[in-house]
Write a protein that binds this ligand. Sequence first.
Ligand code: AMP
Ligand code: MG
Length: 222
Amino acid sequence: MKTEHIKITDIVAQENDLSRAADILRAGGLVVFPTETVYGLGGDATRDEAAKKIYAAKGRPSDNPLIIHIAEPSEAELYAKTHELYYKLAKAFMPGPLTLVLKSKGVVCKEAVCGGETLAVRIPEHKGCQQLLKAVNEPIVAPSANLSKHTSPVTAEHVYSDLNGKISLILDGGKCQGGIESTVLDVTGNIPRILRAGLVTKEMIEKVREVEKARGVVTYGV
Ligand code: AMP
Ligand code: MG
């Protein structure tokens, strides 16, 4: 497979390029896109074949679920059971580098969630990524765009060296600002649990006063 590399900018992603990317995603193909944390390797979250291709391209163990990317907090309603705490955290940190784990409604394909009953949801802030999500009008499932066990990529060149020939298109938005992955916070239980530390810290989460009031302090652990 030939991997195409197209430059987009953060501010003005060309419409044609985005609609090409959206077409590839809708056809079950893979597109790499920039976010404010690291580059993501995206596929249509409703298609098992897309998730299978992601696991294969990365060499990722197939028991490690993927995060879905959506454009607006309310879109999560379609795929997961949301609640008051979800909306409080969404108001404080979304769009941004916080991923929330919710109970799944089973709409996202089984391959992406490894047959599990939960779903990790993120709303990226990156303008080009937001435009892509709106163009494709489907949730995009995406891990970081590197080979499994390699460092998460912050440049398109890094993506290219890991995944050349395995993906159809890289949307190059320049260097990702964050460089560190999103924080993964499980809000399926009574006490929010940080499953992966990231740019949104425990302290930042606890500052959302209602979180403390409603659910007690945040803990760490799988
Ligand atoms: P990556 O795809 O490399 O950015 O990593 C995604 C992270 O989110 C991994 O640590 C996954 O284990 C975690 N993750 C994704 N989906 C879920 C889920 N449903 N429940 C718990 N953790 C999840
Ligand atoms: Mg990763």
